[in-house]
Ligand binder design. Structure first.
Ligand SMILES: *[C@@H]1O[C@H](CO)[C@@H](O)[C@H](O)[C@H]1NC(C)=O
Ligand SMILES: *[C@@H]1O[C@H](CO)[C@@H](O)[C@H](O)[C@H]1NC(C)=O
Ligand SMILES: *[C@@H]1O[C@H](CO)[C@@H](O)[C@H](O)[C@H]1NC(C)=O
Length: 294
Protein backbone atom coordinates (compact mmCIF):
# COMPACT_ATOMS: atom_id res chain seq x y z
CA UNK A 1 0.00 0.00 0.00
CA UNK A 2 2.63 2.55 1.10
CA UNK A 3 4.96 1.43 -1.65
CA UNK A 4 2.21 2.04 -4.20
CA UNK A 5 1.47 5.51 -2.86
CA UNK A 6 5.16 6.37 -2.76
CA UNK A 7 5.64 5.14 -6.32
CA UNK A 8 2.66 7.24 -7.40
CA UNK A 9 3.96 10.37 -5.69
CA UNK A 10 7.43 9.93 -7.18
CA UNK A 11 5.91 9.25 -10.60
CA UNK A 12 3.89 12.46 -10.48
CA UNK A 13 6.90 14.45 -9.29
CA UNK A 14 9.17 13.12 -12.02
CA UNK A 15 6.46 13.58 -14.66
CA UNK A 16 6.04 17.16 -13.60
CA UNK A 17 9.73 17.71 -13.91
CA UNK A 18 9.99 16.38 -17.42
CA UNK A 19 7.16 18.45 -18.84
CA UNK A 20 8.82 21.56 -20.16
CA UNK A 21 7.05 23.15 -23.08
CA UNK A 22 8.42 26.62 -22.44
CA UNK A 23 9.25 28.53 -25.59
CA UNK A 24 11.51 31.55 -24.86
CA UNK A 25 10.30 33.25 -28.07
CA UNK A 26 7.06 34.25 -26.36
CA UNK A 27 9.09 36.65 -24.19
CA UNK A 28 10.44 38.58 -27.18
CA UNK A 29 9.39 42.23 -27.11
CA UNK A 30 7.53 41.83 -23.81
CA UNK A 31 7.63 44.69 -21.31
CA UNK A 32 9.00 43.55 -17.95
CA UNK A 33 9.24 45.28 -14.57
CA UNK A 34 11.47 43.58 -11.99
CA UNK A 35 11.81 44.78 -8.40
CA UNK A 36 14.80 43.88 -6.24
CA UNK A 37 16.78 43.53 -9.45
CA UNK A 38 20.18 44.81 -8.28
CA UNK A 39 21.34 41.44 -6.98
CA UNK A 40 20.53 37.77 -6.51
CA UNK A 41 17.59 36.13 -8.26
CA UNK A 42 16.12 39.44 -9.48
CA UNK A 43 19.38 40.36 -11.21
CA UNK A 44 19.56 36.92 -12.87
CA UNK A 45 15.97 37.27 -14.08
CA UNK A 46 16.94 40.52 -15.82
CA UNK A 47 19.72 38.71 -17.71
CA UNK A 48 17.46 35.82 -18.76
CA UNK A 49 14.74 38.22 -19.91
CA UNK A 50 17.31 40.29 -21.82
CA UNK A 51 18.59 37.20 -23.59
CA UNK A 52 15.02 36.32 -24.58
CA UNK A 53 14.58 39.73 -26.19
CA UNK A 54 12.43 41.53 -23.62
CA UNK A 55 12.39 45.25 -22.78
CA UNK A 56 13.04 45.75 -19.10
CA UNK A 57 12.71 48.24 -16.27
CA UNK A 58 14.72 47.20 -13.21
CA UNK A 59 14.35 48.75 -9.80
CA UNK A 60 16.01 48.53 -6.39
CA UNK A 61 17.52 51.08 -4.03
CA UNK A 62 21.12 51.20 -5.21
CA UNK A 63 21.47 53.25 -8.38
CA UNK A 64 25.03 52.19 -9.12
CA UNK A 65 24.17 48.49 -8.96
CA UNK A 66 21.18 49.07 -11.25
CA UNK A 67 23.38 50.84 -13.80
CA UNK A 68 25.63 47.79 -13.83
CA UNK A 69 22.68 45.43 -14.34
CA UNK A 70 21.45 47.55 -17.26
CA UNK A 71 24.97 47.59 -18.72
CA UNK A 72 25.20 43.81 -18.52
CA UNK A 73 21.76 43.44 -20.17
CA UNK A 74 23.02 45.58 -23.08
CA UNK A 75 26.05 43.30 -23.43
CA UNK A 76 23.84 40.21 -23.43
CA UNK A 77 21.42 41.60 -26.00
CA UNK A 78 22.08 45.03 -27.57
CA UNK A 79 18.66 45.03 -29.27
CA UNK A 80 16.59 45.39 -26.10
CA UNK A 81 15.59 48.54 -24.26
CA UNK A 82 16.68 48.64 -20.63
CA UNK A 83 15.86 51.20 -17.99
CA UNK A 84 16.32 51.52 -14.26
CA UNK A 85 14.70 53.56 -11.52
CA UNK A 86 16.11 53.71 -8.04
CA UNK A 87 13.32 53.40 -5.46
CA UNK A 88 12.98 52.52 -1.79
CA UNK A 89 10.04 50.21 -1.14
CA UNK A 90 9.67 51.47 2.42
CA UNK A 91 8.15 54.56 0.83
CA UNK A 92 4.80 53.63 -0.73
CA UNK A 93 4.79 56.67 -3.00
CA UNK A 94 7.79 55.21 -4.79
CA UNK A 95 5.60 52.28 -5.89
CA UNK A 96 3.70 54.86 -8.01
CA UNK A 97 6.96 56.18 -9.42
CA UNK A 98 8.01 52.69 -10.54
CA UNK A 99 4.75 51.91 -12.34
CA UNK A 100 4.62 55.41 -13.91
CA UNK A 101 8.17 54.95 -15.15
CA UNK A 102 7.13 51.65 -16.75
CA UNK A 103 4.24 53.40 -18.50
CA UNK A 104 6.49 56.25 -19.73
CA UNK A 105 9.50 54.20 -20.79
CA UNK A 106 8.05 50.83 -21.82
CA UNK A 107 4.58 52.01 -22.83
CA UNK A 108 2.88 49.43 -20.61
CA UNK A 109 3.56 46.24 -18.66
CA UNK A 110 3.33 42.58 -19.65
CA UNK A 111 5.11 41.11 -16.65
CA UNK A 112 5.23 42.61 -13.17
CA UNK A 113 7.86 40.62 -11.27
CA UNK A 114 7.64 41.35 -7.54
CA UNK A 115 10.85 40.11 -6.04
CA UNK A 116 12.37 42.63 -3.60
CA UNK A 117 12.78 42.05 0.13
CA UNK A 118 14.25 44.07 2.95
CA UNK A 119 17.50 42.44 4.04
CA UNK A 120 17.31 41.88 7.79
CA UNK A 121 19.54 39.96 10.18
CA UNK A 122 18.15 36.68 11.49
CA UNK A 123 17.40 36.65 15.18
CA UNK A 124 15.44 35.24 18.08
CA UNK A 125 12.10 36.98 18.62
CA UNK A 126 12.26 38.66 22.03
CA UNK A 127 9.39 41.07 21.73
CA UNK A 128 11.63 44.10 22.22
CA UNK A 129 10.86 47.57 20.86
CA UNK A 130 13.58 46.96 18.29
CA UNK A 131 11.84 43.73 17.16
CA UNK A 132 8.47 45.43 16.89
CA UNK A 133 9.84 48.42 14.97
CA UNK A 134 11.59 46.15 12.52
CA UNK A 135 8.34 44.24 12.01
CA UNK A 136 6.70 47.36 10.57
CA UNK A 137 9.49 47.78 8.04
CA UNK A 138 9.43 44.12 7.01
CA UNK A 139 5.66 44.13 6.49
CA UNK A 140 5.84 47.44 4.55
CA UNK A 141 8.58 46.34 2.18
CA UNK A 142 7.89 42.62 1.81
CA UNK A 143 4.11 42.78 1.78
CA UNK A 144 2.48 46.20 1.46
CA UNK A 145 4.75 47.40 -1.35
CA UNK A 146 3.82 44.27 -3.34
CA UNK A 147 0.14 45.06 -2.99
CA UNK A 148 0.70 48.72 -3.90
CA UNK A 149 2.77 47.89 -6.98
CA UNK A 150 0.26 45.29 -8.20
CA UNK A 151 -2.62 47.69 -7.60
CA UNK A 152 -1.09 50.52 -9.65
CA UNK A 153 -0.16 48.07 -12.41
CA UNK A 154 -3.57 46.40 -12.81
CA UNK A 155 -4.87 48.76 -15.55
CA UNK A 156 -1.76 48.10 -17.68
CA UNK A 157 -1.80 44.36 -17.00
CA UNK A 158 -5.46 44.21 -17.91
CA UNK A 159 -4.70 45.85 -21.22
CA UNK A 160 -1.87 43.40 -21.97
CA UNK A 161 -3.56 40.33 -20.42
CA UNK A 162 -0.34 40.21 -18.48
CA UNK A 163 1.30 38.42 -15.63
CA UNK A 164 2.01 39.12 -11.98
CA UNK A 165 4.86 37.05 -10.62
CA UNK A 166 5.16 37.03 -6.83
CA UNK A 167 8.48 35.70 -5.60
CA UNK A 168 7.82 34.09 -2.25
CA UNK A 169 9.69 31.49 -0.29
CA UNK A 170 9.39 28.14 1.38
CA UNK A 171 9.08 30.34 4.50
CA UNK A 172 5.72 31.41 3.08
CA UNK A 173 4.42 27.83 3.31
CA UNK A 174 6.39 26.47 6.25
CA UNK A 175 7.39 29.10 8.79
CA UNK A 176 11.07 29.16 9.71
CA UNK A 177 12.73 29.89 13.07
CA UNK A 178 14.73 33.14 13.46
CA UNK A 179 12.82 34.77 10.60
CA UNK A 180 9.30 34.70 12.00
CA UNK A 181 8.24 38.10 10.63
CA UNK A 182 9.80 37.38 7.26
CA UNK A 183 7.74 34.15 7.19
CA UNK A 184 4.65 36.13 8.18
CA UNK A 185 5.21 38.59 5.31
CA UNK A 186 5.49 35.69 2.84
CA UNK A 187 2.33 34.00 4.21
CA UNK A 188 0.60 37.36 3.77
CA UNK A 189 1.55 37.41 0.09
CA UNK A 190 -0.03 33.98 -0.36
CA UNK A 191 -3.19 35.21 1.38
CA UNK A 192 -3.56 38.40 -0.60
CA UNK A 193 -2.60 37.17 -4.05
CA UNK A 194 -4.59 33.91 -3.75
CA UNK A 195 -7.64 36.02 -2.92
CA UNK A 196 -6.96 38.43 -5.76
CA UNK A 197 -6.48 35.54 -8.21
CA UNK A 198 -9.99 34.32 -7.44
CA UNK A 199 -11.45 37.77 -7.98
CA UNK A 200 -9.71 37.95 -11.35
CA UNK A 201 -11.19 34.58 -12.33
CA UNK A 202 -14.67 35.65 -11.23
CA UNK A 203 -14.37 38.90 -13.18
CA UNK A 204 -12.88 37.07 -16.17
CA UNK A 205 -9.93 39.40 -15.86
CA UNK A 206 -7.14 37.65 -17.68
CA UNK A 207 -4.17 38.59 -15.49
CA UNK A 208 -2.28 35.54 -14.24
CA UNK A 209 -0.78 35.42 -10.76
CA UNK A 210 2.12 33.06 -10.13
CA UNK A 211 3.32 32.52 -6.56
CA UNK A 212 6.90 31.23 -6.45
CA UNK A 213 7.88 28.99 -3.55
CA UNK A 214 11.66 29.28 -3.51
CA UNK A 215 13.81 27.12 -1.24
CA UNK A 216 17.47 27.53 -0.34
CA UNK A 217 19.24 29.46 -3.08
CA UNK A 218 22.87 30.50 -2.72
CA UNK A 219 22.52 34.25 -3.13
CA UNK A 220 25.08 36.48 -1.43
CA UNK A 221 22.44 37.85 0.92
CA UNK A 222 21.07 34.49 2.05
CA UNK A 223 24.51 32.95 2.66
CA UNK A 224 25.73 36.05 4.51
CA UNK A 225 22.56 36.17 6.62
CA UNK A 226 22.91 32.54 7.69
CA UNK A 227 26.62 32.87 8.38
CA UNK A 228 26.25 36.02 10.46
CA UNK A 229 23.74 34.17 12.62
CA UNK A 230 26.02 31.17 13.08
CA UNK A 231 24.03 28.77 10.87
CA UNK A 232 27.12 27.15 9.37
CA UNK A 233 25.62 23.71 9.88
CA UNK A 234 22.85 24.49 7.40
CA UNK A 235 25.25 26.06 4.89
CA UNK A 236 27.52 23.02 5.04
CA UNK A 237 24.77 20.40 4.85
CA UNK A 238 22.22 21.77 2.42
CA UNK A 239 23.37 22.27 -1.14
CA UNK A 240 22.09 25.69 -2.24
CA UNK A 241 20.54 26.02 -5.70
CA UNK A 242 21.97 28.50 -8.18
CA UNK A 243 20.30 31.95 -8.44
CA UNK A 244 20.26 31.75 -12.25
CA UNK A 245 18.37 28.43 -12.14
CA UNK A 246 15.85 29.84 -9.68
CA UNK A 247 15.43 32.86 -11.98
CA UNK A 248 14.72 30.63 -14.98
CA UNK A 249 12.19 28.50 -13.08
CA UNK A 250 10.35 31.67 -12.04
CA UNK A 251 10.24 33.05 -15.59
CA UNK A 252 8.95 29.77 -17.02
CA UNK A 253 6.23 29.47 -14.37
CA UNK A 254 5.11 33.05 -14.94
CA UNK A 255 5.07 32.70 -18.73
CA UNK A 256 3.03 29.50 -18.45
CA UNK A 257 0.55 31.22 -16.13
CA UNK A 258 1.18 28.62 -13.43
CA UNK A 259 -0.63 29.18 -10.16
CA UNK A 260 2.44 28.26 -8.11
CA UNK A 261 5.93 27.05 -8.86
CA UNK A 262 8.30 25.25 -6.54
CA UNK A 263 12.06 25.55 -6.76
CA UNK A 264 14.14 23.51 -6.12
CA UNK A 265 11.20 21.32 -6.98
CA UNK A 266 11.60 18.19 -4.84
CA UNK A 267 12.50 19.78 -1.53
CA UNK A 268 9.94 22.57 -1.58
CA UNK A 269 7.12 20.50 -3.11
CA UNK A 270 7.42 17.59 -0.68
CA UNK A 271 7.48 19.95 2.29
CA UNK A 272 4.38 21.84 1.17
CA UNK A 273 2.62 18.60 0.26
CA UNK A 274 3.13 16.98 3.67
CA UNK A 275 3.11 19.95 6.06
CA UNK A 276 -0.64 19.74 6.69
CA UNK A 277 -0.61 15.98 7.30
CA UNK A 278 2.46 15.78 9.53
CA UNK A 279 3.21 19.30 10.75
CA UNK A 280 5.25 18.26 13.79
CA UNK A 281 7.39 15.84 11.81
CA UNK A 282 8.00 18.25 8.95
CA UNK A 283 8.87 21.06 11.36
CA UNK A 284 11.24 18.89 13.37
CA UNK A 285 13.07 17.80 10.21
CA UNK A 286 13.25 21.49 9.32
CA UNK A 287 14.60 22.45 12.77
CA UNK A 288 17.29 19.82 12.45
CA UNK A 289 19.17 22.22 10.15
CA UNK A 290 19.11 25.21 12.51
CA UNK A 291 21.15 25.90 15.62
CA UNK A 292 20.10 28.09 18.54
CA UNK A 293 23.26 30.04 19.35
CA UNK A 294 22.79 32.31 22.33
C1 LIG B 1 8.99 59.06 -0.94
O1 LIG B 1 9.12 59.07 -2.36
C2 LIG B 1 8.67 60.26 -2.97
C3 LIG B 1 8.77 60.11 -4.49
O2 LIG B 1 8.86 58.81 -4.92
C4 LIG B 1 9.50 61.42 -2.49
O3 LIG B 1 9.02 62.62 -3.07
C5 LIG B 1 9.43 61.52 -0.97
O4 LIG B 1 10.31 62.51 -0.53
C6 LIG B 1 9.82 60.18 -0.34
N1 LIG B 1 9.60 60.25 1.10
C7 LIG B 1 10.54 59.91 1.97
C8 LIG B 1 10.16 59.98 3.41
O5 LIG B 1 11.66 59.56 1.63
C1 LIG C 1 15.03 41.28 18.81
O1 LIG C 1 15.69 42.27 19.55
C2 LIG C 1 16.86 41.84 20.21
C3 LIG C 1 17.44 43.00 21.00
O2 LIG C 1 16.62 44.09 21.07
C4 LIG C 1 17.87 41.35 19.22
O3 LIG C 1 19.01 40.84 19.89
C5 LIG C 1 17.24 40.24 18.38
O4 LIG C 1 18.16 39.85 17.37
C6 LIG C 1 15.98 40.76 17.73
N1 LIG C 1 15.31 39.68 16.99
C7 LIG C 1 14.93 39.82 15.73
C8 LIG C 1 14.20 38.68 15.13
O5 LIG C 1 15.16 40.81 15.08
C1 LIG D 1 -5.42 35.08 -21.50
O1 LIG D 1 -4.40 35.76 -22.19
C2 LIG D 1 -3.46 34.93 -22.84
C3 LIG D 1 -2.39 35.82 -23.43
O2 LIG D 1 -2.96 36.88 -24.13
C4 LIG D 1 -4.17 34.06 -23.87
O3 LIG D 1 -3.25 33.19 -24.47
C5 LIG D 1 -5.26 33.25 -23.18
O4 LIG D 1 -5.99 32.52 -24.13
C6 LIG D 1 -6.20 34.18 -22.43
N1 LIG D 1 -7.17 33.39 -21.69
C7 LIG D 1 -8.45 33.72 -21.64
C8 LIG D 1 -9.32 32.82 -20.81
O5 LIG D 1 -8.91 34.67 -22.25
Amino acid sequence: MWKKILAMVIGVLIGYWLIDDFNPDIIKGKRIVITGASTGIGEQMAYHFAKMGANILVTARREHALQQVVGRCKEINPNGQYYYISADMLNMSSTYSVINEAKDKLGGIDYLVLNHIIVIPMGVWQGTVENLTLMDKIIDVNFKAYVHLASHAIPYLQESQGHIIVVSSLSGKLAQPFTAVYSASKFALDGFFSGLRQEFLMKRCNISITLCIIGFVGTENSIRGLRNFGQDYLIENVQPAKPEDAAMAIIKGGAQRAREIHFPYMGTRLVTLFRDFFPDTIESINRFFYRLNS
